[in-house]
Design a protein around this ligand. Structure first.
Ligand SMILES: Cc1cc2nc3c(=O)[nH]c(=O)nc-3n(C[C@H](O)[C@H](O)[C@H](O)COP(=O)(O)OP(=O)(O)OC[C@H]3O[C@@H](n4cnc5c(N)ncnc54)[C@H](O)[C@@H]3O)c2cc1C
Length: 308
């Protein structure tokens, strides 16, 4: 039996695991891999204290740091996916994994992050990280003085476009419908920029390229014609899916399936379960924020566990 189970090996889960080890809590970390979403990034330029680091190197540094402090306090169950979490009649929590392992603990930290909704058209997979990207704040500066496109007509799409307008030669926002989901004020602000273009009623059908993206094809739904647009980068902002299926019947989720937390201490509605990072209804999704949320949760869990 453990003091706590941490589910997820991104910055939220690893930060919490490091703090757990240093506080001599007995923890098990269940994680498919260590590193989290930005492992695939070519260059992370906002991890505080590190001007630039490849995502894979950031993941290695998480593992190195955890190995340096974990001793016998944190047990690693990596390569494992939590598939079920239940409360036992004794008031403990039981996590089951896809390979049939079971772990019991007094408390649980959900740090299972989120997965971006992927663009599902020919070429999108082939050119992922070769012009097709899912993170403007990470990769935007790589597209200085280039023509780029953003897919998505919500606030994320428009805010991404706004960020890109600081570097790019032109930004074309492509939206499937006529009306935008984004706030009218944001739409007005972004579309007023001279380098901004908007294609409404347009459905992307293919990403084209050789080594990197060179353009895309889209269906102009007004005319029924397939047209081409030359761009060097394509930013997909069609939303994220939190990895919360395995707790959907246990903790309160919001309308888009993110775990609802108290932002002061990361507690969920269930006594003994905390959540941190991108799986929560936290407004902003970044590595530093996820790590901070993980630390905040762990500090609160420590006091809770010690009082039991
Ligand atoms: C391509 C890309 C580049 C990015 N670049 C930057 C950047 O430059 N700077 C920045 O600040 N942010 C960046 N972000 C955002 C940042 O990566 C996230 O905000 C951050 O990773 C969230 O951390 P997290 O720990 O909450 O979750 P995640 O990083 O999503 O980690 C979740 C972890 O949980 C695991 N997991 C999921 N479900 C289960 C389960 N059921 N059982 C066990 N394990 C599970 C996953 O495998 C993963 O290890 C980027 C995101 C992407 C997609």
């Amino acid at each position: 039996m453990y003091d706590l189970i941490i589910i997820g090996g991104g910055p939220a889960g690893i930060a919490a695991a490091i703090y757990a080890a240093r506080k001599h809590l007995r923890a098990v970390l269940i994680a498919e891999e260590i590193g989290g979403q930005s492992t695939v990034s070519e260059g992370i330029e906002n991890w505080i204290g590190t001007p630039k680091i490849h995502g894979a190197d950031l993941a290695k540094s998480f593992k190195t740091h955890l190995d340096a402090v974990k001793n016998d306090f944190v047990m690693l169950a990596t390569g494992e996916r939590a598939t079920e979490l239940t409360k036992t009649p004794e008031g403990m929590f039981l996590a089951k994994t896809k390979t049939g392992k079971e772990f019991t603990a007094k408390a649980v930290l959900l740090a299972s992050g989120a997965s971006r909704k992927k663009l599902k058209v020919p070429g999108a997979d082939t050119f992922e990280n070769k012009g097709v990207t899912y993170c403007a704040s990470c990769d935007g500066p790589l597209f200085g003085d280039m023509d780029v496109a953003v897919i998505g007509g919500g606030n994320a799409g428009f805010e991404t476009a706004l960020q890109l307008l600081a570097y790019a030669k032109s930004v074309t926002l492509i939206h499937r419908h006529q009306e935008f989901k984004a706030d009218p004020i944001t739409v007005a602000k972004v579309t007023a920029h001279p380098n901004m273009k908007v294609l409404r009623h347009a459905e992307i059908t293919e990403v084209m390229g050789d080594q990197f993206v060179t353009g895309l094809k889209y269906l102009d739904k007004n005319s029924g014609e397939t047209k081409e647009l030359k761009v060097s980068g394509l930013f997909v902002e069609t939303g994220v899916m939190p990895n919360t299926d395995f707790v959907a019947n246990l903790v309160d989720l919001d309308e888009v399936h993110r775990v609802k937390v108290d932002p002061r201490n990361q507690r969920t509605n269930v006594e003994g379960i905390w959540a941190a990072g991108d799986c929560t209804d936290e407004l902003y999704h970044q590595n530093n924020i996820a790590a901070g949320d993980g630390v905040k949760a762990l500090e609160d869990m420590y006091l809770w566990i010690k009082k039991r």
